[in-house]
Design a binder for this molecule. Structure first.
Ligand code: HEC
Ligand code: HEC
Length: 314
């Protein structure tokens, strides 16, 4: 019988096509319908009404033409952006906004990297922070109020849960509020990869600033401050988006901390809810360990200290 089939080319083609199709159906479509093919991270939540409205604006403005939202599992990418993307992060993304071109940096781990205030100012004028930036300004988005009915319709279409309260709260919000709310939730279902703690990378174990009081280091520190810290801590270090660095309050409690705590703060950044010396962080201080060398961090600390004691840096 089998031998007969080989002599009938048309019949043979049909039979083999059917066999291949059955194989395809079994190995492709059946797994596609199983739960494992649609992983969802445990702490991933559907978008809130405000976040979803922001996501619509992100698409409308074509942010994905310049920004990707996916970190590939390559060493250089993980070092630059953070933990690589997981399939389970995107369960509520319809459509996916992975993008394919990085005119600007990847945004897969942008959520909670900076405080809200930073984003409002950056959208208002990216060149204030990065003079070379070619990102368009989006401050005008704040002149457009959200339409709660429209957002509700989209929530219904995607089957995301909401209460009537959530919708009525949209009333006073504008497009920029929504965009910031969306940017702040991107990638937050994945735990941030923490940079190595300062104590593990510096000898000896009990840290004192080797550059404390060094006039050259203080001068260098001033420039490092202006380039990396001023945007958030203000021109006189008295605080702006971030807290004052010259008062006697550290992480919202009276009493300053030691140089090694400053080092760790600058090296690692902060994360909401994390505790340092019994003080709770609100998050929003970016990790600068990849941007600044050890000497540069100690220099900027020497500069901050020089202003705390009233000593002149010049
Ligand atoms: C023409 C390309 C372009 C477009 C369009 C664009 N960006 Fe950017 N974006 C950039 C560049 C370049 C940078 C890096 C310099 C800077 O921060 O301004 C950047 C930086 C950013 C950052 C800071 C990233 C970080 O880790 O510091 C955020 C957030 C951001 N963009 C969000 C957006 C959003 C949201 C939109 C859409 C409303 C958008 N961008 C549209 C080019 C673009
Ligand atoms: C994007 C904004 C931003 C930038 C840039 C930034 N910081 Fe911060 N910084 C913050 C925020 C926000 C906090 C509060 C952190 C928290 O509550 O978790 C903070 C906290 C701190 C603290 C603790 C101070 C206190 O009194 O609580 C120090 C020290 C500090 N930053 C130093 C620096 C230095 C030095 C630089 C530059 C090398 C820098 N920061 C750059 C936003 C920023």
């Amino acid at each position: 019988m089998a031998g007969e089939l080989y002599k009938k080319p048309i019949m043979f083609a049909i039979v083999s096509a059917v066999v291949i199709l059955i194989g395809t159906a079994v190995t492709m479509f059946i797994p596609m319908l199983t739960a494992q093919m649609h992983p969802k991270l445990e702490n991933l939540n559907p978008y809130t009404a405000l976040q979803l409205a922001g996501r619509d604006i992100y698409q409308r403005e074509g942010c994905n033409n310049c920004h990707t939202q996916t970190v590939r599992p390559l060493r250089t990418e993980v070092m630059r952006y953070g933990e690589y993307s997981k399939a389970g992060e995107f369960a509520y993304d319809r459509p996916f906004l992975w993008g394919s071109k990085r005119t600007g940096p990847d945004l897969a781990r942008i959520g909670k990297k900076y405080p809200d205030q930073w984003h409002y100012r950056h959208f208002d004028d990216p060149r204030k922070f990065f003079p070379q930036s070619n990102m368009p300004t989006y401050g005008w988005l704040k002149d457009y109020k959200l339409d709660p009915q429209d957002v509700q319709g989209h929530m219904d279409a995607l089957g995301f849960p909401y209460s009537s309260d959530d919708i009525s709260q949209l009333a006073g919000k504008n497009d920029l509020d929504a965009l910031v709310a969306y940017v702040q939730v991107i990638g937050t279902a994945v735990a941030k990869k923490r940079a190595a703690p300062a104590k593990a990378m510096t000898e000896p174990v009990d840290l004192v600033n080797p550059l404390a009081g060094d006039a050259a280091a203080i001068n260098a520190g001033e420039i490092i401050y202006e380039e990396n810290c001023l945007e958030c801590h203000g021109p006189e270090l008295k605080g702006d988006i971030g807290p004052s660095l010259v008062d006697n309050v550290y992480l919202y409690q009276p009493g300053d901390l030691a140089d090694d705590d400053y080092f760790e703060m600058i090296y690692n950044g902060t994360e909401e809810g994390q505790i340092e010396e019994g003080r709770t962080m609100k998050g929003g201080m970016p990790s600068l360990g990849d941007v600044l060398s050890k000497e540069e961090i100690w220099s900027v600390i020497a500069y901050i200290r020089s202003l705390q004691t009233g000593e002149e840096g010049k």
